[in-house]
Design a protein around this ligand. Sequence first.
Ligand code: SAH
Length: 259
Amino acid sequence: MEKRIDIVGIGPGRPAGMTLEAKEALERADVIVGYTGYIRLLEQRFLEKELLDTPMRGERERCRMCFARAQAGKRVALVCSGDPGIYGLASLMYEMGREYRDVSLSVVPGVTAASSGAAVLGAPLNHDFCTVSLSDLLTPWETIERRLKAAAEGDFVIVLYNPASHKRKGHLARACDILLQYLEEERPCGYVENIGREGERAVTCTLRELKEAQANMFTTVYIGNRDSFLAEGKLITKRGYQLEGNTDLCGNHGGTGAL
Ligand code: SAH
């Protein structure tokens, strides 16, 4: 029998935010493995399954658990929030998978926080953007800093993942300080907490105000590019379309471009 693990992205949180493919992968599984918080989100819907959870920092243990269950003949689904290939466990599974040649892996994509949060804020990612994680648990802070600078210089819309955790409180302010060396204080920004979950909250602000914001581990942050603007509580990045009778709206590289 084929030994197989699906690495499944469950989207931002609410059941309707999960793709049909992800739902089918979970339905097919004998065992669902994941971080305690995500297993709780699923529990009610998959009561008949074997559900294995591990706390936040138990990533390696969680992956080993998947291979052990697959080798025992179970069909396994490893759940990750959002997309498993975006700051998720997909790559660690492939790295470990080299030791388990008899187990085949497949990735089921999900809606990542950048895009589900963008939908709440309006249309902030409607041009070139990049994502930077502020977590220095696995990445040296110097690397993070270098990427922030490059993103600002490249005029990308920037999405920040992992802006804070229990241990890392000042990272968002530090990141804003770096960006403020390149971008104006009034640069339109926004952030969304608990996307697709209870307590969802979106805020728009300037880069100066973002520096003072209290982010937590369920916050995704957006820094606009030079063509982004704020209007009625939404953060929008222009694509460059020319609108009839309003030449000012396009190719305006003068800053926040209020409507
Ligand atoms: N694989 C996930 C990202 C995991 S990294 C994905 O594709 O979305 C964890 C970070 O993702 C969090 O610190 C936060 O910045 C962001 N994030 C994930 N889910 C979120 C949610 N429901 N609401 C807000 N931010 C979220």
